[in-house]
Each structure stands twice: as C-alpha cells, then as structure tokens.
Design a protein around this ligand. Structure first.
Ligand SMILES: NC(=O)c1ccc[n+]([C@@H]2O[C@H](COP(=O)([O-])OP(=O)(O)OC[C@H]3O[C@@H](n4cnc5c(N)ncnc54)[C@H](O)[C@@H]3O)[C@@H](O)[C@H]2O)c1
Ligand SMILES: [Zn+2]
Ligand SMILES: [Zn+2]
Length: 421
C-alpha cells in the first residue's frame, strides 16, 4: 500500500511540476568542487543508512551553509518518515530537521549572519517576506515550498520543512555534515554563548513545538491540562503548561519508561493505558467537568480500536481518529483541544459532532519556531526548561540508523538522542 501511494505521489509530482517561485528560489545544487559528505538517507520503508552525498553549496543569495555540530532524531516526525507511510520520499534523500552548527558560507544578500557564528536552525523554512511571513505565520510561507502537489491535495501549500517529503518541499535535511539553509536570516537563530549545543539543539523543534501546543490550547493559569503521548513533545508541553500556571497536568501513555519519566522527572499525574481501558471515563472520574485543555501529542499512526486499525490497514483512511475521540470525549464543555500531533490525510469516525455539542475550540498546525526562540532561550537560562531531562542516549553519527530503529520500535528506553558531530 505504501509503495503504491509513493509511486502515485511521484507521478503526480512530475505531472504537476513546480510553482513559479522555483525559478527564483532554486533547488539545491552540488558544491562545484564535487565534494561529498556523510549523511543519513532514507533507504525505503523502515530503512535508513549512512551514505556519501553531494555537499551542498549556496544556490540563492539568501542561503547560508551551516556545518553541523550537533543533530538529533525527531522521535515522532522522523519515525513517521522511517515508517515509509508518508508518500513522496525517494530513496537517497537526506533526512533530519533538528540541528545546530556553525555558519561556514553566506550568500551575497544575507544581512545578519556571519561566518563562524553558532546557530540553531528552525525545522520550518520561511522566506520572511511573503504575506504569511509578514504576519509571522511562518509555517504558511508561500515561497519556500514550490510543489504543486500540496495545492491539489489541500487547496494551498505549507512552508517547506527540512528533510521531509515532496509535499513539504523536498529540501535535504540536517542529519549530515553540512546543510544549506534557505533564507538564512529568517531560519537561523544565533545561539548565545551560554547555551551549549546540548541545550540549544532542541530549540530547532521540541522546545518550540511543545510551547506552541500550549499556545494552540490557550493554556491559562489555574487550568487542568490532559496530554495524550509522553514523548518529547508531550512531556515538554506539560512542562510549559506548568510554567504557564496550570494547576494539574495529566499525561496518558503506554510505554513504561516514558510513564516513569513523566511522573518522576516532570511531576505529572499519569494514566497508564496498560492498566486503564476507558481513558475518558478515568479522566472524568479525576476531573468531573473534564480538563480545560486536551493536547494530542501522539500521531496519525496510533490506533486503539479495531475499527481504525482495519480502516488504516485496508487504505480506507490514512489517519486514526482514536486519540482525537478521547480528547473530545474528555475535555470540558467550551474547552480547548490542541492537535500538535502530525495528521496528514483523512480520517473516518472523526467526531465532528463533539465540536458543536461541547462548544469546543480545536486548533492544530506545524510550529512556526521563529516565533518562540527568544522565549525558549529565556526559559533555558532561568532553568525552568532543561532539555537534558529528555536525553536518554548520546550517540555517534554512525549509530544514527540504529537509533532510528530504537525510536521507531520504542525500544531500550530510547526517548531522545544527542549526536555531537
Ligand atoms: N505540529 C508540529 O509542529 C510538530 C512538530 C514536531 C512533532 N510533531 C508531532 O508531534 C507528535 C509527538 O512527537 P514526539 O516526538 O513526542 O513523538 P513520539 O512518537 O516519541 O511520542 C508519541 C507518544 O505517544 C504515545 N502514544 C501512542 N498512542 C497513544 C495513545 N493512544 N494514548 C496515549 N499515548 C499514546 C507513544 O507511546 C509515544 O510515547 C508526533 O506526531 C510528531 O510528528 C508535530
Ligand atoms: Zn521534529
Ligand atoms: Zn514566506
């Protein structure tokens, strides 16, 4: 099924071609010297490997080239890629969207970045000057993702994202020795000297995205917040909720190691799905009106009911609505639901009536990291946020393929890795 979807996506992409922006923006080109570098590449469903690929070079005057000093694997989104379930990923394409490094080359129109500066790179790629970027809606950037495929599927296109699929711009990722960052001034954030790589790296996604989850859910002082999924995103969404003044954070998770971390390191109340079958019933026993905010930090792949398992298996839907149902069923009337988890396609049994009958506000979307960098740095400096709470494994670059497997199959306690180059 995945192979068929992938082939169909590739064919459609070829037929539809590119939006006109590609003429000015340009696709990546190889360093003229013919130099190569090591990178983690997609090698088909549930396979990644280290390979020699062309070293990138400046393609557009607003590009910078960053030499990677540290990178990591996104436990959620890179696992979706690894699964092979997201169509439009060619074998050999470079993965990764969480890294930091040193600027080694700058295009002629780059204003604020200079060779030798340390930067963290936002996972989303924005131009800074289209109408969406001007409103700071960076993940809606109209310039950086030039595929027409997304316009056909969604009626508009998302910004590009590093190391993702054709639908998200097909831009080479950062699990590599070097990365070309389009619109460097917009998408790189200068790391202050007192923020080492082991902390700053995680600003590229997790620390900003988890704060975005709380913003989408409008978490307020005194709120009760329930979060499905105690992966890196769910854990830090809970931590931000505490910082924003939530009086109770309740996590829902199935993996014992993660339940332990959520309870002991983050101090959340956690419902263990291995022990509790009916999650909304349990939540409503704990909070009779229901939590003020429900955050879904799981993902489109996770099912709990036989119906959704079957529908996904036979291709009747791409995305499970199981966790969404539990969020809607549990949250209080007039409550807020934040879908920070990745959803990509269509879902049957989506409980649309709950939104009307319980007067819910439901928000979702990819995080515009650029909006959160300053707040995250402040919280790291004050010690309120410590990304090291989630690092379970320090790995060498050559061990990244193995770490992909561990994260995908949720083995050996892997939660978040740190790879210093
Ligand atoms: N919106 C954004 O900008 C953005 C950015 C980064 C990641 N994401 C997405 O956020 C999600 C979380 O990311 P992550 O890195 O923490 O991923 P992860 O896969 O490590 O964590 C998801 C967790 O959910 C748990 N889970 C699965 N089914 C469950 C269920 N029915 N009830 C409770 N828990 C369940 C899993 O055991 C796992 O621990 C992913 O879907 C990821 O793709 C979104
Ligand atoms: Zn990520
Ligand atoms: Zn833009």
């Amino acid at each position: 099924m995945n192979e068929i979807r992938n082939t169909a996506t590739n064919l459609m992409d070829k037929q539809l071609g590119r939006n006109p922006v590609s003429e000015t923006y340009g696709q990546p080109v190889q360093d003229p010297s013919g130099a190569t570098m090591k990178a983690v590449v997609f090698d088909g469903s549930r396979n990644v490997k280290i390979d020699e690929v062309p070293k990138p070079t400046i393609t557009h005057p607003k590009d910078v080239i960053v030499k990677t000093t540290a990178c990591t694997i996104c436990s959620g989104s890179d696992s979706h890629m690894f699964s092979g379930e997201i169509p439009g990923r060619n074998k050999g394409s470079v993965l990764g969207h969480e890294s930091c490094g040193i600027v080694v080359e700058r295009g002629s129109e780059v204003k604020d970045l200079f060779v030798g500066e340390r930067v963290v790179i936002a996972f989303d790629i924005a131009c800074g000057s289209c109408s969406f970027c001007k409103r700071r809606e960076f993940t809606g950037c109209d310039t950086t993702n030039d595929t027409k495929l997304m316009d056909v599927n969604y009626g508009a296109h998302h910004s590009a994202i590093f190391g993702y699929t054709k639908m998200l711009g097909d831009v080479p990722g950062c699990q590599a020795e070097y990365i070309r960052v389009p619109f460097g001034d917009v998408n790189c954030y200068k790391l202050p000297e007192d923020i080492p790589d082991i902390k700053g790296l995680y600003m590229s996604d997790v620390l900003c995205t988890s704060l975005h989850a709380c913003e989408l859910g409008s978490v307020q002082k005194g709120n009760t917040v329930a979060i499905w999924g105690m992966g890196p995103i769910g854990l830090f969404a809970g931590r931000w909720a505490q910082i924003l003044g939530a009086k109770r954070v309740i996590g829902i998770e199935v993996i014992p190691d993660r339940i332990k971390i959520a309870r002991n390191r983050f101090g959340f109340e956690v419902i263990d799905r291995n022990e509790v079958k009916d999650i909304p019933k349990k939540i409503l026993e704990l909070i009779p009106d229901g939590p003020d905010v429900a955050i879904d930090a799981t993902g489109f792949r996770f099912t709990t009911t036989m119906l959704q398992k079957i529908e996904r298996a036979v291709g009747l839907e791409t995305d499970s609505a199981d966790v969404i149902f539990e969020c809607f069923q549990s949250v209080r009337k007039y409550g807020h639901v934040a879908l920070i988890a990745d959803y990509v396609g269509t879902s049957n049994q989506f409980p649309v009536g709950h939104i009307m009958m319980k007067h819910l506000t439901v928000r979702s979307g990819q995080c515009p990291c650029q909006n959160y960098f300053d707040r995250v740095v402040k919280a790291i400096r004050s010690g309120e946020i410590d990304p090291e709470w989630m690092i379970t494994n320090k790995v060498k670059f050559d061990d990244l393929p193995d770490a992909y497997e561990k994260l995908f199959y949720k083995q050996d306690g892997y939660l978040k890795v740190f790879c210093q180059m």
